[in-house]
Design a protein around this ligand. Structure first.
Ligand code: PGA
Length: 255
Protein backbone atom coordinates (compact mmCIF):
# COMPACT_ATOMS: atom_id res chain seq x y z
CA UNK A 1 0.00 0.00 0.00
CA UNK A 2 1.45 3.36 -1.01
CA UNK A 3 -0.25 6.56 0.04
CA UNK A 4 0.75 10.02 -1.02
CA UNK A 5 -0.46 13.16 0.67
CA UNK A 6 0.97 16.66 1.23
CA UNK A 7 3.51 15.37 -1.30
CA UNK A 8 5.22 12.97 1.06
CA UNK A 9 4.99 9.23 0.61
CA UNK A 10 3.85 6.64 3.11
CA UNK A 11 4.74 3.05 2.37
CA UNK A 12 2.98 0.50 4.56
CA UNK A 13 4.33 -3.05 4.50
CA UNK A 14 3.11 -6.21 6.21
CA UNK A 15 5.70 -6.50 8.93
CA UNK A 16 8.89 -5.05 10.36
CA UNK A 17 11.01 -7.32 8.23
CA UNK A 18 9.52 -6.00 5.00
CA UNK A 19 9.77 -2.41 6.25
CA UNK A 20 13.43 -2.93 7.16
CA UNK A 21 14.19 -4.29 3.70
CA UNK A 22 12.42 -1.36 2.07
CA UNK A 23 14.46 1.14 4.11
CA UNK A 24 17.64 -0.80 3.29
CA UNK A 25 16.71 -0.50 -0.40
CA UNK A 26 16.67 3.28 -0.11
CA UNK A 27 20.10 3.29 1.54
CA UNK A 28 21.49 0.87 -1.05
CA UNK A 29 20.14 2.93 -3.94
CA UNK A 30 21.61 6.08 -2.42
CA UNK A 31 25.17 4.70 -2.39
CA UNK A 32 24.67 3.06 -5.79
CA UNK A 33 23.73 6.37 -7.39
CA UNK A 34 26.18 8.43 -5.29
CA UNK A 35 29.02 6.40 -3.73
CA UNK A 36 30.30 9.43 -1.80
CA UNK A 37 26.88 10.07 -0.21
CA UNK A 38 26.58 11.67 3.24
CA UNK A 39 24.15 9.65 5.35
CA UNK A 40 22.72 9.79 8.89
CA UNK A 41 21.45 6.60 10.54
CA UNK A 42 19.25 6.26 13.63
CA UNK A 43 20.00 4.34 16.78
CA UNK A 44 17.41 2.33 18.69
CA UNK A 45 15.68 -1.00 18.24
CA UNK A 46 13.81 -0.09 15.06
CA UNK A 47 16.74 0.00 12.60
CA UNK A 48 18.29 -3.33 13.60
CA UNK A 49 16.55 -5.29 10.84
CA UNK A 50 17.61 -2.70 8.26
CA UNK A 51 21.19 -2.90 9.56
CA UNK A 52 21.20 -6.69 9.08
CA UNK A 53 20.06 -6.33 5.47
CA UNK A 54 22.73 -3.70 4.79
CA UNK A 55 25.46 -5.78 6.43
CA UNK A 56 24.48 -8.80 4.32
CA UNK A 57 24.51 -6.73 1.14
CA UNK A 58 27.88 -5.19 1.97
CA UNK A 59 29.30 -8.68 2.62
CA UNK A 60 28.01 -9.85 -0.76
CA UNK A 61 29.45 -6.78 -2.49
CA UNK A 62 25.98 -5.50 -3.41
CA UNK A 63 26.39 -2.23 -1.51
CA UNK A 64 29.68 -0.36 -1.26
CA UNK A 65 30.08 2.17 1.56
CA UNK A 66 33.81 2.71 1.10
CA UNK A 67 33.35 6.30 -0.09
CA UNK A 68 30.33 7.25 2.02
CA UNK A 69 30.41 9.69 4.93
CA UNK A 70 28.30 9.09 8.01
CA UNK A 71 27.08 11.86 10.30
CA UNK A 72 25.91 10.74 13.74
CA UNK A 73 22.45 11.95 14.70
CA UNK A 74 22.89 12.35 18.42
CA UNK A 75 25.06 11.61 21.44
CA UNK A 76 24.96 12.11 25.19
CA UNK A 77 26.87 15.11 26.51
CA UNK A 78 30.20 14.11 28.02
CA UNK A 79 29.93 10.48 26.92
CA UNK A 80 33.06 9.42 25.05
CA UNK A 81 33.19 6.72 22.40
CA UNK A 82 34.89 4.43 24.93
CA UNK A 83 31.82 4.53 27.16
CA UNK A 84 29.49 1.51 26.78
CA UNK A 85 26.53 3.90 26.55
CA UNK A 86 27.88 5.95 23.66
CA UNK A 87 25.41 6.07 20.79
CA UNK A 88 28.32 6.51 18.38
CA UNK A 89 29.97 3.39 19.74
CA UNK A 90 26.66 1.57 19.47
CA UNK A 91 26.19 2.62 15.83
CA UNK A 92 29.71 1.53 14.95
CA UNK A 93 29.08 -1.90 16.39
CA UNK A 94 25.51 -2.32 15.17
CA UNK A 95 26.17 -1.15 11.62
CA UNK A 96 29.26 0.81 10.64
CA UNK A 97 31.90 -1.81 11.39
CA UNK A 98 29.78 -4.36 9.53
CA UNK A 99 29.58 -2.29 6.34
CA UNK A 100 33.21 -1.26 6.27
CA UNK A 101 32.89 2.34 7.49
CA UNK A 102 36.23 3.47 8.95
CA UNK A 103 36.49 6.01 11.77
CA UNK A 104 37.75 8.61 9.26
CA UNK A 105 34.43 8.34 7.37
CA UNK A 106 32.46 9.11 10.52
CA UNK A 107 31.53 12.47 12.01
CA UNK A 108 30.55 12.13 15.64
CA UNK A 109 28.97 14.88 17.70
CA UNK A 110 31.49 16.98 19.65
CA UNK A 111 30.01 16.17 23.06
CA UNK A 112 33.25 16.53 25.01
CA UNK A 113 34.32 19.85 23.43
CA UNK A 114 35.21 22.72 25.69
CA UNK A 115 32.80 25.02 23.91
CA UNK A 116 29.77 22.88 23.09
CA UNK A 117 27.80 25.70 21.46
CA UNK A 118 30.56 26.61 19.00
CA UNK A 119 31.34 22.97 18.35
CA UNK A 120 27.70 22.20 17.56
CA UNK A 121 27.66 25.04 15.01
CA UNK A 122 30.89 23.66 13.58
CA UNK A 123 29.18 20.27 13.14
CA UNK A 124 26.47 21.89 11.03
CA UNK A 125 29.16 23.59 8.96
CA UNK A 126 30.74 20.18 8.36
CA UNK A 127 27.36 18.89 7.12
CA UNK A 128 27.02 21.93 4.84
CA UNK A 129 30.58 21.53 3.59
CA UNK A 130 29.58 18.04 2.47
CA UNK A 131 26.68 19.58 0.53
CA UNK A 132 24.13 18.61 3.21
CA UNK A 133 22.95 15.08 3.89
CA UNK A 134 22.06 12.98 0.88
CA UNK A 135 19.96 10.72 3.08
CA UNK A 136 18.73 10.91 6.66
CA UNK A 137 17.22 7.69 7.96
CA UNK A 138 15.34 8.37 11.19
CA UNK A 139 13.47 6.45 13.84
CA UNK A 140 10.41 7.83 15.63
CA UNK A 141 10.72 8.23 19.38
CA UNK A 142 7.76 7.25 21.56
CA UNK A 143 7.42 10.97 22.37
CA UNK A 144 7.73 12.04 18.72
CA UNK A 145 11.41 12.88 18.85
CA UNK A 146 13.72 12.53 15.86
CA UNK A 147 17.33 12.17 16.84
CA UNK A 148 17.13 13.85 20.23
CA UNK A 149 14.98 16.69 18.99
CA UNK A 150 12.65 16.42 21.93
CA UNK A 151 9.12 17.86 22.16
CA UNK A 152 9.44 21.64 21.96
CA UNK A 153 12.02 21.51 19.17
CA UNK A 154 11.31 24.04 16.46
CA UNK A 155 11.48 23.44 12.73
CA UNK A 156 14.40 25.85 12.43
CA UNK A 157 16.49 24.25 15.17
CA UNK A 158 20.10 23.44 14.39
CA UNK A 159 22.60 21.04 15.90
CA UNK A 160 22.64 21.91 19.59
CA UNK A 161 22.52 20.78 23.18
CA UNK A 162 19.13 19.58 24.36
CA UNK A 163 17.69 18.60 27.71
CA UNK A 164 16.46 15.02 27.66
CA UNK A 165 12.86 14.48 28.70
CA UNK A 166 12.11 12.02 31.52
CA UNK A 167 10.52 9.80 28.86
CA UNK A 168 13.72 9.68 26.79
CA UNK A 169 15.87 9.07 29.86
CA UNK A 170 13.54 6.25 30.79
CA UNK A 171 13.86 4.87 27.24
CA UNK A 172 17.67 5.01 27.61
CA UNK A 173 17.51 3.20 30.95
CA UNK A 174 16.50 0.03 29.08
CA UNK A 175 20.06 -0.34 27.76
CA UNK A 176 22.14 1.84 30.11
CA UNK A 177 25.26 0.17 31.53
CA UNK A 178 27.95 0.99 34.06
CA UNK A 179 28.10 3.45 36.90
CA UNK A 180 27.64 6.70 34.94
CA UNK A 181 24.20 8.20 35.52
CA UNK A 182 22.07 8.75 32.42
CA UNK A 183 22.97 12.30 31.34
CA UNK A 184 20.39 15.04 31.44
CA UNK A 185 21.57 16.43 28.13
CA UNK A 186 22.46 15.30 24.65
CA UNK A 187 23.63 16.92 21.44
CA UNK A 188 21.45 16.32 18.41
CA UNK A 189 21.45 17.29 14.78
CA UNK A 190 18.78 19.94 14.45
CA UNK A 191 15.42 19.63 12.73
CA UNK A 192 16.44 22.21 10.10
CA UNK A 193 19.67 20.34 9.38
CA UNK A 194 17.66 17.15 8.87
CA UNK A 195 15.03 18.92 6.78
CA UNK A 196 17.73 20.00 4.35
CA UNK A 197 18.58 16.37 3.52
CA UNK A 198 17.97 15.47 -0.10
CA UNK A 199 16.02 12.45 1.06
CA UNK A 200 14.51 11.56 4.43
CA UNK A 201 13.25 8.13 5.48
CA UNK A 202 11.26 7.77 8.70
CA UNK A 203 11.20 4.09 9.64
CA UNK A 204 8.45 3.14 12.09
CA UNK A 205 7.45 -0.32 13.23
CA UNK A 206 5.28 -1.89 15.88
CA UNK A 207 1.91 -1.27 17.49
CA UNK A 208 3.47 0.84 20.26
CA UNK A 209 4.24 3.55 17.67
CA UNK A 210 0.74 3.63 16.14
CA UNK A 211 -0.52 6.63 18.09
CA UNK A 212 2.63 8.73 17.79
CA UNK A 213 2.76 8.00 14.04
CA UNK A 214 -0.85 9.12 13.75
CA UNK A 215 0.01 12.35 15.57
CA UNK A 216 3.10 12.79 13.40
CA UNK A 217 1.20 12.54 10.15
CA UNK A 218 -2.37 13.53 10.89
CA UNK A 219 -2.27 16.34 13.42
CA UNK A 220 -1.23 19.83 12.38
CA UNK A 221 2.58 20.03 12.39
CA UNK A 222 3.73 21.21 15.79
CA UNK A 223 6.76 21.33 18.06
CA UNK A 224 5.19 18.93 20.57
CA UNK A 225 5.65 16.21 17.95
CA UNK A 226 8.97 17.19 16.38
CA UNK A 227 8.73 14.40 13.77
CA UNK A 228 5.70 16.20 12.31
CA UNK A 229 8.07 18.89 10.99
CA UNK A 230 9.46 16.32 8.57
CA UNK A 231 6.33 16.84 6.46
CA UNK A 232 7.83 20.20 5.46
CA UNK A 233 10.25 18.16 3.30
CA UNK A 234 7.30 17.19 1.06
CA UNK A 235 8.35 14.83 -1.72
CA UNK A 236 11.78 14.31 -0.12
CA UNK A 237 10.10 12.48 2.79
CA UNK A 238 9.21 8.79 2.74
CA UNK A 239 7.67 7.16 5.78
CA UNK A 240 8.14 3.41 5.80
CA UNK A 241 5.90 1.69 8.35
CA UNK A 242 4.68 -1.78 9.08
CA UNK A 243 0.95 -2.46 9.35
CA UNK A 244 1.04 -2.40 13.14
CA UNK A 245 2.59 1.10 13.28
CA UNK A 246 0.21 2.33 10.57
CA UNK A 247 -2.86 0.88 12.28
CA UNK A 248 -3.85 4.20 13.87
CA UNK A 249 -3.92 6.08 10.57
CA UNK A 250 -7.16 7.01 8.91
CA UNK A 251 -6.25 7.62 5.33
CA UNK A 252 -7.57 7.11 1.86
CA UNK A 253 -5.93 4.08 0.40
CA UNK A 254 -4.90 4.84 -3.14
CA UNK A 255 -3.24 1.57 -4.08
P1 PGA B 1 13.33 2.78 19.06
O1 PGA B 1 13.75 4.29 19.26
O2 PGA B 1 13.70 2.41 17.67
O3 PGA B 1 14.16 2.03 20.06
O4 PGA B 1 11.87 2.69 19.30
C1 PGA B 1 13.36 5.21 18.30
C2 PGA B 1 13.87 6.58 18.69
O5 PGA B 1 13.79 6.94 19.87
O6 PGA B 1 14.32 7.30 17.79
Amino acid sequence: MVITSENWTLIVLGDARAASKSAADVVTNTVLSKPEAAIAFPTGATPLGMFDVLAARAARGEADFSRATIFCLDEYIGVTIEDPNSLTRWLRKALLNRIGINPDQLHSLPVTAENLVDSAAEYDRAVSARGGLDLAVLGLGPNGHIGYNEPGSSADSRTRIVALTPESRNQASAYWEGSLAIPNQAMTMGVATLLEAKQIVLLVTGQAKADILRRTLQEPMNAEVPASWLRIAGSRLTIIADEAAASGLSVTVSA
